[in-house]
Design a protein around this ligand. Structure first.
Ligand code: ZN
Length: 239
C-alpha cells in the first residue's frame, strides 16, 4: 500500500488521454464517466433524468457471476480515456467511499475481495506522469469526509480552491477490481459446497453481469444459478 492507500503497481501503468482501451465492455469490464458509487451519491437531476446509475450495481453484478471484473471510472461508453481530476484528499475520499459502499452490501464485502487502482492519465507528449505535488496537510487529511451524498465534500471544495489558484490536479482512471470468488472465503454458502452467496447492493437489489449488461434475476433464476454453481463446483472437484 502506498501513502494514498492504493495498492500495487499503478505507479508504472499510465493511460494516454483519449486513447481507446484495449478491452471492451463485456462480462469482465465496465466503463463509467463518473465516480458516484452509491445511490446516495447520484445528483437529484441525474436520478430524475435517469442519466446516471450507481456504480454499486456493476460491482454487485461482478460479485454475483463469481468471475469478478473491473469498473473503470473516467472512461466513456466507447472506451475512450478521459480521466477524472483528483487531489490526494479526493483520492482518500474515493477509497473511503468504496470501503463504505461495500460494507453496505449484503453480505458485506471486505477489503480482501477487491482493490482500487488510480492509474494516471497523461497527454500524448507527456508519457511520464507529472503528478503535481500538492501539499498534504496531515491535520486536514484527518478531517472526516462526507460520504453518501451528492453534495460537495470539503475535499471537493479544496480542489476547487486549488484550481482557482491555477493548481490543476492530476487526471486518473479509477479502476475498481472485484476479484474472482475465492472458495476459501468465510462467506461461502456451506463448507461442503463453497460457492458464493448472492450479493445485494446498498439499494437492496441483486444484479448479475450478463454480456448485454446488468440483469436482475428472478427467484427462479437465482435458484438455477446456485444449482449450476453447485454442479460445476462438484464436477471440478471430483477425484
Ligand atoms: Zn471528501
Amino acid at each position: 500500500m502506498t501513502s494514498n492507500g492504493e495498492s500495487g503497481d499503478s505507479a508504472v501503468k499510465v493511460y494516454v488521454k483519449e486513447e481507446r482501451l484495449t478491452v471492451e465492455e463485456d462480462m469482465l469490464h465496465e466503463f463509467k464517466g463518473h465516480r458516484n458509487f452509491s445511490k446516495d451519491d447520484i445528483p437529484q437531476a441525474a436520478i430524475i433524468n435517469k442519466t446516471q446509475r450507481p456504480i454499486s450495481r456493476n460491482l454487485c453484478g461482478f460479485l454475483n457471476t463469481g468471475a469478478g471484473g473491473v469498473v473503470y471510472c473516467g472512461v466513456t461508453d466507447n472506451g475512450e480515456v478521459q480521466g477524472i481530476h483528483l487531489t490526494n484528499y479526493q483520492k482518500d475520499h474515493v477509497l473511503l467511499s468504496v470501503q463504505d459502499l461495500f460494507s453496505r452490501f449484503e453480505p458485506p464485502v471486505d477489503s480482501s475481495m477487491y482493490t482500487v487502482h488510480f492509474v494516471p492519465v497523461v497527454t500524448e507528449n507527456d508519457h511520464v506522469p507529472d503528478i503535481p505535488s500538492f501539499p498534504v496537510d496531515p491535520e486536514q487529511r484527518n478531517t472526516p469526509h462526507i460520504l453518501r451524498t451528492s453534495k460537495y465534500c470539503w475535499c471537493d471544495k479544496d480542489a476547487s480552491a486549488q484550481h482557482d489558484f491555477g493548481m490543476i490536479s492530476q487526471l486518473y482512471v479509477i479502476e475498481i477490481e472485484v476479484f474472482p470468488w475465492n472458495p476459501k472465503s468465510p462467506l461461502s454458502v456451506t463448507s461442503v459446497t463453497p460457492i458464493h452467496p448472492l450479493f445485494c447492493n446498498e439499494e437492496g437489489l441483486h444484479f448479475v453481469r450478463r454480456l448485454g449488461g446488468l440483469h436482475r434475476p428472478t427467484l427462479a433464476e437465482v435458484i438455477q444459478l446456485a444449482e449450476a454453481d453447485t454442479a460445476r463446483y462438484h464436477t471440478m472437484n471430483k477425484e
